[in-house]
Design a protein around this ligand. Structure first.
Ligand code: BG6
Length: 477
């Protein structure tokens, strides 16, 4: 395993992402001796000194790492520096003494600063490995652009200074263990290969339901909305894993080619029939997990007339041989009845005459709250007569006591090893924007449908089912 020594530079080091997610992951990797950091340099606009930066990180670790160990933290601190500055090449020059060779630049910055930071680093020469350095990498997190056009511009701005094999785009869902298991489970079990097509599959539903509201992120969220925040990236990536062709080997280029190919095959959503393919919702006051919560437009910072959707549901078809005629449904929302996430694949029903109508099987990859794979099937109910009942064969994914890695830990190791397999490539990002762009534009002119907090979203989402299918309940038994 190539765990090369390198300098790890965090731009935006005083922000929330660093404190809540990135640094806890760095600490845990260090504590487990998975990765011995060589130099970690926090860099941000705040005119702090190292002591203040360390105190800030420590508070975050105490809050977000349950088994925080002060001794390990004391050792990790020896590797940490702090520098303040802006995103210009002139200021970045101060980083030089800390970057003798390999380096990773993690842009924990607001997305509108990605292009500027990438350029500043490039102009300062940090994009070129020299001397004994083997790599210089840059890491950014979604959103990658705001719509199709801005994603193109961002892609070009980064490409002016960094090559595609230096750019790691984090979609943290792809670092989740159960998400990676979708690929393994699909491509390791021959039984599935023979049924994974339109001859056997009736529909695919990908759901990510959250009880959470804005969590103080209103500035970002009110601009973004559910379609940009969840569907364009996380759920679209889950779709690629469920729908892509089998790769011949676990190779980053081959995986990306197959993912991009299936995204390219998604039939454009017709702007003049938007209502049949996309539904936007916005929560109104209601009870979530027993607590009354305000409606979206009563949340702190939100304009009472805001049209931002907090729920988005999409339907689309994939125009290729494998998926001809199979509808894919993606939905995600805030302040819903429960925290529930799954990729659910429904098999076509068997001829009705034998045991009645509506008996079809589901294969469900459950991600939240429990990680498991369910096979929902039918069997004879014990007793007199040929009555049927549903049975669920469940394979729990993790056993108690099994080591648990956060998505960020997994992804950081991949960045260190230079493995881009689970980092979306530019063409995947662009294709995903192509799919959602007509919806974003169409929704600008309309108000989202209201739904009470604590429910399953707006009832208008049933429109997408065209009276023939139905959404799975949010808390299936
Ligand atoms: C983030 C979104 O990317 O993913 C959040 O911005 C969302 O709005 C989060 O809550 C969900 O991811 P997880 O891993 O916390 O369930």
């Amino acid at each position: 395993m190539d765990r090369a020594q390198c300098s790890f530079v965090i731009l935006g080091a005083t922000g929330d992402l660093t404190r809540r997610l990135l640094f806890p992951a760095i600490y845990r990797l260090f504590a487990r001796q998975e990765w011995t950091a060589d130099r970690i340099v926090g860099y941000a606009a705040e005119n702090w000194d190292r002591t203040r930066f360390l105190a800030h990180l420590e508070a975050g670790l105490k809050a977000f790492v349950p088994d925080f160990d002060p001794d390990k933290w004391a050792k990790l601190q020896e590797h940490i520096q702090y520098l303040s500055g802006d995103l210009t090449a002139a200021k970045f020059a101060a980083l030089k003494p800390y970057i003798p060779e390999n380096a990773i630049f993690y842009l924990a910055l607001p997305p509108q600063l990605f292009a500027e930071a990438a350029q500043g680093l490039g102009k300062a020469g940090f994009n070129q490995p020299h001397g004994s350095a083997r790599f210089r990498r840059i890491v950014i997190e979604k959103p990658f652009g705001w719509d199709f056009d801005s994603a193109q511009h961002l892609g070009e701005a980064l490409a002016n200074w960094w090559t595609e094999d230096q750019i790691f785009r984090i979609d943290h869902f792809l670092g989740k263990d159960t998400v990676q298991n979708v690929l393994v489970f699909r491509f390791i079990n021959r039984l599935l290969a023979s049924i994974w097509d339109s001859q056997h599959i009736a529909q695919v539903q990908i759901t990510y339901a959250e009880t959470l509201g804005l969590e103080g992120r209103w500035r970002y969220y009110d601009q973004a909305g559910a379609l940009r925040d969840m569907l364009q990236n996380h759920l679209m990536q889950l779709f690629t894993l469920a729908a892509m062709e089998p790769p011949s080997e676990w190779d980053a280029d081959i995986l990306h080619n197959h993912k991009a190919e299936v995204l390219r095959a998604v039939r454009p959503i017709p702007p003049d029939q938007l209502a049949d393919f996309a539904v936007a919702g916005q929560y109104t006051p209601g009870q979530v997990l027993g607590q009354m919560v305000p409606g979206y437009t009563q949340e702190e910072g939100i304009n009472p007339g805001s049209r931002t959707e907090t729920y988005a549901a999409l339907k689309f078809y994939v125009d290729n041989w494998r998926w001809h005629g199979v509808p894919f449904f993606l939905r995600s929302g805030k302040r819903l009845a429960c925290d529930y996430a799954e990729i659910a694949v429904q098999l076509k029903s068997v001829p009705e005459k034998l045991f009645g109508a509506g008996l079809s099987d589901w294969l469900v990859f459950r991600m939240k709250p429990h990680e498991a794979i369910d096979l929902v099937m039918w069997a004879k109910r014990p007793g007199i007569g040929l009555n049927t009942e549903q049975i669920i064969l469940t394979a729990p994914y993790k056993k108690v006591g099994e080591e648990d890695y956060s998505a960020y830990e997994q992804l950081l190791i991949d960045v260190l090893e230079g493995d881009q397999s689970v980092f979306p490539r530019l063409d995947e990002v662009q294709e995903a924007w192509r799919i959602v762009d007509p919806v974003l534009k169409g929704w600008q002119a309309q108000k989202p449908e209201p739904y009470a907090a604590g429910t399953s979203g707006p009832k208008e989402q049933d429109r997408l089912m065209a009276g023939t299918l139905s959404w799975r309940p949010l808390e299936p038994s």
